[in-house]
Design a protein around this ligand. Structure first.
Ligand code: SAM
Length: 214
């Protein structure tokens, strides 16, 4: 549980050098509940000049992703490829602002989050009013939240909460279909691949972080 996890007390206390060989730039992309890391490594290739962080709560899954990234770096002769992605074990619902400064992130991904089907479990969902305010805090103006799920009820839930939040505005269909991250997140995650194999549906909604009103 959480008390066994180590968290920096503030973003300034965070030692990123353990995760990224080059710690000159800040993390700008977060993959929340990254699972086995398929999206993480695809984004690392697509955005070689950005730093990407996966957050995952399960110990063994996090260790798997650590090994995966290490192997990718080594297979590329440690020439710097994949140095821009890393994973951290943590509960994104509780400690996000310990890691990220205000306005630090360009993009946040929520791919196939746990659906928590039962009504009494809905408060455990990763998109809620309170959490959206935290996401708005760590995202820069114009930054984007990407969501995808195969569960229609969860899709409606995420849309509803994002629509209701004053600091988010949905991307238009054209913007969504022109965004290469949408294509990547549709195909690159392990859960997304499973959904494809089972001919499941994938529901997408992306939202822009609006400026604070004065
Ligand atoms: N995004 C990945 C994909 O699309 O393949 C994984 C999807 S999986 C259904 C959801 C993941 O979120 C699981 O790996 C789970 O351990 C992780 N998770 C759930 N709650 C979390 C939390 N509070 N903080 C970080 N990760 C969490």
């Amino acid at each position: 549980s959480d008390h066994k996890l180590e968290y920096p007390t503030s973003p300034l206390e965070m030692d990123w050098s353990k995760l990224y060989p080059d710690s000159s730039k800040d993390v700008t992309i977060a993959d929340i509940g990254c699972g086995y890391g398929g999206l993480l490594v695809s984004l690392a290739e697509e955005f070689p000049n950005e730093k990407i962080l996966g957050m995952e709560i399960r110990v063994q899954v996090t260790e798997y992703v650590e090994e995966r990234i290490k192997a990718l770096r080594e297979n590329n002769g440690n020439n710097g490829k994949f140095n821009n992605c890393a994973v951290i074990r943590g509960n994104s619902m509780k400690f996000l602002t310990n890691f990220f400064k205000r306005g630090q992130l360009n993009k946040m991904f929520f791919c196939f989050p746990d659906p928590h089907f039962k009504q009494r479990k809905h408060k455990a969902r990763i998109i809620t009013n309170t959490l959206l305010s935290e996401y708005a805090y760590v995202l820069k103006e114009g930054g984007i939240i990407y969501t995808i799920t195969d569960v229609l009820d969860l899709h409606e839930w995420m849309k509803q909460h994002l629509d209701d939040h004053p600091l988010f505005e949905r991307l238009s269909e054209i913007e969504e279909s022109n965004d290469k991250c949408v294509e990547i997140m549709t195909n690159a995650t392990e859960e997304g691949k499973k959904v494809s194999r089972n001919n499941g549906s994938k529901y997408i909604a992306c939202y822009r972080r609006l400026p604070n009103s004065i």
